[in-house]
Design a protein around this ligand. Structure first.
Ligand code: X8Z
Ligand code: ZN
Length: 650
C-alpha cells in the first residue's frame, strides 16, 4: 500500500469519537492492518538506510533521513490510534503486548523540526566515523578497515601503534564533540516525550527489568577475578615485550598495546606473544585461512553450513544476491562496521561486512549470521515482535555457534587445523585464546553504557565527556591512555557504537548468557565432556531447542524465551565460570604472590603527543553550517502530508 493509503487507515481511526474502544476483535483488525502497512513503510526506510550505509553520499543521506521521517510519522499515527483502544484492560495477553510495543515510538515522538535535526545529526555522525582517514608521511591514507585495524592487530612496534591509535582518535572522535552534545539533548527530549527520564532509562526499558543495572553489576563483580588474573598475565608478557618503562606506575596497560583499537578483545596477541605452551599446536587459524585461499564467500558458506547442520534455516537467495560481504574497491565510502539487516518484508535479509580473511572475521561472520538466523526464525510474527527476546539475546546467537566452531576438534573437522592434541597444556592454550576474546571483553562491554547512561542523565556534563570515559577505562579495564588526552578530544566517538548510536550493554549481557545457552545446548546434544570442548555440530536436538527460543521473537518476556533453552529464567555467570575453570586455576597459579590489582585512577604524568603529519581541521558543529536544518524536499513532503490530512479529515 502507498503512504497515502496508509494515511487513510490512520485517519479513519483518528476520526472516531473519544470513547476508548474495548472490542478485541476490532483491535485485532487494527493490528493486522497496521502490520501490513508497517512492512511497506519500514522496507522503504531500511532500503534507504542500506543505500546510505553502502554509499555514504549527501544524496543518500538525504533520502535516508526523508524515509526515516515518513517512518516516524507513521509510527506516531499508529501510536495515536492505538491509544484510542482500552488496551491495558484487554484479556488477550498477546494483543496487549502488541499494543504496548506499538506505543513505544522512540524518537518519533519528537516534533518534526527536532526529529529532522536528530536524524541529520545521526547521519552525519555515522559518516564522520566511517569515512575518517589517517594519512601518513607519504600521503598514504588508511581507513579504520582494513588499514588501521590491521596495524593494531599485527604491529608490535610501540611507536607505530601509538601513531595509529592517536591518529584514529584525531580524525574520528575529535570531530564529533559538538555534534554529539547536541545529539544527547535531542535524544533526551524524545525520551522525555515518551515518559522516560532520559535516553538511558528508555534504553534500559527494553529489558523489562527494574534492576538491569544492579544485575549487570552483580555479574560483573562475580567475573572480575577472572579478568584481574588475565590482565595480570597479559601485562607481564607485554612488559617483557615493550619494557617496564612504557608502563604507568598506576598499574594499567597502555591502551594501544592490546591488539585492538579499543583494547576490547585481545585475541590478536595470542599467537606471537601470549600462547602459553609454544610446543603445542596454535588454535589460531588465520594462517590456515590464508594458505587455503579462503574468500569472504567461502567464510560465509562455512558459517551457513554450521547453522544448517543443526537443522536451522539456510540463508535465502536474496541474502546471497544482495549482501555486501567485501569492502567495495570503487572509491565509495561505506560503513564497514559489520551489521545484519532485516528488511521486514519477510524476504530480504542482508549482511554488510568488510570481511578480512582472518579468524576474527570468521567469528564475526558467525555473529552476523546469528542475527540473520533470528530474523528468519521470527519472520512470520507481527512486525512489533520481530526483535530479540531482549537485545542481548540477539547478540548471543551467532556467538553460541562460534563457541563450538572455535574448538580445535571442530576446526580440524572443517580442515582448518592439522592436528588436535588432547592434553592439559593444549587445553590451556585454547582456553587462553578464548579468554582473550571473551573475558577481556567483559569490562569493556560493561563500561560503555556506564558512560552513556551518565551522559544521558546529566551526571557527566559535556566538559567532562572525555575525562569520564577514561575514568571508566582506567578503573574497569585497567587500560590507560598512552599519551595525554584533553577535553578537545572525544575518544568515545572513536568507537563505532557511540556515533552509530547503538546501545552497548547488550554485548555484556550476551557474553554472559551465550555461555548459558552453550551449556544447555551441549547437554541437549549429549556432549558429556568439559564445556569448553563441546561442539554441537550436526545436533538437530540442539538446533530445535534454539529454534524454539528464537521463533518467539519478543512475543514473550525474555525469561520465557530463556527457559526454552536453559530451563532457567535468570542471567547467570555460572556457565562462563565453568567453561573457564581450568584456565582460572592455571592463571591463579601463574599470578601467585603477585599484586594483580591496579589503581582506579588513570596515570597523571602522561607525555604529550603530536602527530607529525596532522594538520588541524575545524570541528564539525552543524552539518548544514546554518544552525538550521532544512531539507527542501522534506519541507515539501511535510506540507503535502498536512494538506492531505486536512482534506481527509473533512
Ligand atoms: O558490534 C558488534 C557486531 C555487530 S552487532 C560486529 N560487536 C561489538 C563490537 O564490535 O564492539 C560484536 C562484539 C562487540
Ligand atoms: Zn551483533
Amino acid at each position: 500500500m502507498s503512504s497515502i493509503g496508509l494515511l487513510m487507515v490512520v485517519v479513519a481511526f483518528a476520526s472516531t469519537d473519544c470513547q476508548l474502544i474495548t472490542d478485541e476483535n476490532e483491535a485485532w483488525a487494527f493490528v493486522n492492518r497496521v502490520n501490513d502497512e508497517s512492512q511497506e513503510v519500514y522496507f522503504k526506510s531500511i532500503q534507504a538506510s542500506w543505500n546510505y550505509n553502502t554509499n555514504l553520499t549527501d544524496h543518500n543521506s538525504q533520502l535516508s533521513v526523508e524515509a526515516k521521517l515518513v517512518e516516524a510519522a507513521f509510527e506516531k499515527e499508529v501510536a495515536a490510534n492505538a491509544s484510542r483502544f482500552n488496551w491495558t484492560a484487554f484479556q488477550n495477553e498477546t494483543l496487549k503486548r502488541i499494543f504496548k510495543k506499538a506505543s513505544d515510538i522512540g524518537s518519533a515522538s519528537l516534533p518534526e523540526d527536532r526529529l529532522t535535526k536528530l536524524k541529520v545529526i545521526e547521519s552525519e555522525l555515522e559518516r564522520l566515523y566511517s569515512s575518517a582517514q589517517l594519512c601518513d608521511d607519504d600521503s598514504t591514507c588508511n581507513n579504520l578497515d582494513p588499514g588501521l585495524t590491521r596495524i593494531l592487530a599485527e604491529s608490535r612496534d610501540y611507536d607505530k601503534l601509538l601513531w595509529a591509535w592517536f591518529g584514529w582518535r584525531n580524525v574520528s572522535g575529535r570531530k564529533m564533540r559538538n555534534l554529539y552534545k547536541e545529539f544527547v539533548n535531542i535524544s533526551n527530549e524524545a525520551a522525555r516525550a515518551n515518559g522516560y527520564a532520559d535516553t538511558g532509562e528508555y534504553w534500559r526499558s527494553w529489558y523489562d527489568m527494574d534492576n538491569l543495572r544492579e544485575e549487570c553489576q552483580k555479574l560483573y563483580e562475580q567475573l572480575k577475578p577472572l579478568y584481574l588474573n588475565l590482565h595480570a598475565y597479559v601485562k607481564r608478557k607485554l612488559i617483557d615485550k615493550y619494557g617496564e618503562d612504557k608502563f604507568p606506575s598506576t598499574g594499567q596497560i597502555p591502551a594501544h598495546l592490546l591488539g585492538n583499537m579499543w583494547a576490547q578483545s585481545w585475541g590478536n596477541l595470542y599467537s606471537d606473544l601470549l600462547q602459553p605452551f609454544k610446543n603445542k599446536p596454535s588454535v589460531d587459524v588465520t594462517e590456515a585461512l590464508k594458505e587455503q585461499n579462503y574468500t569472504a564467500q567461502k567464510m560465509f558458506e562455512v558459517s551457513e553450513e554450521f547453522f544448517t547442520s543443526l537443522g536451522l534455516i539456510p540463508m535465502p537467495e536474496e541474502f546471497w544476491n544482495h549482501s555486501m560481504i567485501v569492502k567495495p574497491d570503487d572509491g565509495r565510502d561505506v560503513v564497514c562496521h559489520a551489521s545484519a539487516w532485516d528488511f521486514l518484508n519477510q524476504k530480504d535479509f542482508r549482511i554488510k561486512q568488510c570481511t578480512d580473511i582472518t579468524m576474527s572475521d570468521l567469528i564475526t561472520t558467525h555473529h552476523e549470521m546469528g542475527h540473520i538466523q533470528y530474523y528468519l526464525q521470527y519472520k512470520n510474527l507481527p512486525v512489533v515482535f520481530r526483535r530479540g527476546a531482549n537485545p542481548g539475546f540477539h547478540e548471543a546467537v551467532g556467538d553460541v555457534m562460534s563457541l563450538s566452531v572455535s574448538t580445535p576438534k571442530h576446526l580440524k573437522e572443517i580442515g582448518l587445523l592439522e592436528e588436535v592434541v588432547d592434553d592439559e597444556e593444549s587445553d590451556i592454550n585454547f582456553l587462553l585464546s578464548q579468554a582473550l576474546k571473551k573475558i577481556a571483553f567483559l569490562p569493556f562491554g560493561y563500561l560503555i553504557d556506564q558512560w552513556r547512561w551518565s551522559v544521558f542523565n546529566g551526571e557527566t556534563s559535556p566538559e567532562d565527556y572525555n575525562k569520564k570515559w577514561w575514568d571508566l577505562r582506567c578503573k574497569y579495564q585497567g587500560v590507560s591512555p598512552p599519551v595525554q588526552r584533553t577535553e578537545d578530544d572525544f575518544d568515545p566517538g572513536a568507537k563505532y557504537h557511540i556515533p552509530g548510536n547503538t546501545p552497548y550493554i547488550r554485548y555484556f549481557v550476551s557474553y554472559v548468557i551465550q555461555f548459558q545457552f552453550h551449556q544447555a545446548l551441549c547437554e541437549a546434544a549429549n556432549q558429556t565432556g568439559p564445556l569448553y570442548k563441546c561442539d554441537i555440530y550436526n545436533s538437530h536436538v540442539a538446533g530445535n531447542k534454539l529454534s524454539d527460543m528464537l521463533s518467539l521473537g519478543s512475543s514473550k518476556p525474555w525469561a520465557v524465551a530463556m527457559e526454552k533453552v536453559t530451563g532457567n529464567t535468570t542471567m547467570d555467570a555460572g556457565a562462563i565460570i565453568e567453561y573457564f575453570q581450568p584456565l582460572i586455576t592455571w592463571l591463579e597459579k601463574q599470578n601467585e604472590g603477585m599484586d594483580i590489582q591496579w589503581d582506579e585512577a588513570c596515570p597523571t604524568d602522561l607525555p604529550v603527543y603530536t602527530l607529525p603529519t596532522q594538520s588541524p581541521e575545524p570541528e564539525t558543529t552543524d552539518p548544514t553550517g546554518t544552525g538550521n536544518v532544512v531539507f527542501p524536499n522534506i519541507s515539501l513532503l511535510i506540507v503535502l502530508c498536512s494538506c492531505l490530512f486536512a482534506l481527509l479529515k473533512e
